[in-house]
Design a protein. Sequence first.
Length: 322
Amino acid sequence: MGFRKNKKLLVLIPAFNEESVVADTIKSLPSSIGGVDIAEVLVIDDGSRDNTVSEASQAGARIISHSKNLGVGVVLASGIEYALNNKTDILVSIDADGQFNPEEIKQLISPIIKQEADFVSGSRFENGKPKNMSLIKYWGNKATTRLINYLSNGDFKDVSCGFRAYNKEALLNLNLFGRYTYTQETFLDLRFKNLKIKQVPVSVKYFKNRKSKVAGNLLKYTWKSLNIIVRSIVYYKPLRFFGYPGIVLLLIGFVFIVFLLGHKILAGDYTPYKAFGFIGASFSLFGLLMILVGLVADIMDKIRRTQERILYYEKKREYFGR
């Protein structure tokens, strides 16, 4: 069953110092996509120090400005709040720098229109490394994708692409904590909430002399992305995060203690392995503590899930009156 013509599609464009390209990106957007009209174009200015706001406004976009640079994670949160307040049915995010082809929004929202997905992300790597993308960024993206697939039991090809589409269910369910970025956390959050996720191939252009606003410093980007991923696992899989290492430590401690006791039985004395008893006891204690923390965190996770479900219904009631 398709979407009716009056369904609302909002295009979100995050922007930080994009005065030279943001107007062209806005003007390149089609007015209607797959029978769904673009109701509004929203540019969220994340503390730009150039003429991004005036250029975007003159091109016909609605503007929300942050007083300082807060990060694309906060930008998405602002965009979701605006979309829900305006009863948006589909939110599409696309970068301001012209990397993505706006005509491909049609392919991006198609699984949502067909009700096959709640969240659709573009995949840049269907044909290998895109032209002009550095090998470090390419392999970094692939490594991050493998990690997200392992943690979520997914089979995704690209978890860092900023060209995405969300339906109402995804918007109502998303609760993100990362300020610096949101891309990987979105996959984990929606995957753990059992929403339908799909990916579609998209084309992308990398410009030789253009520095990424998000991943310009690869070490900083990698560190902050891993920080968000680790926190997400603590939130959603605490027993796995604390329990597995705890079991390993407990087993190591057990091996030391068994060795010491075996030596005592065979030799009649603990010497010269007395220290093994302290080592084994320490490993066992730390292991038990980690398992205990995991169990407590697992209980808190169940409480959090209940609270998030309540929050979902409160959002639904507030924004959509039901």
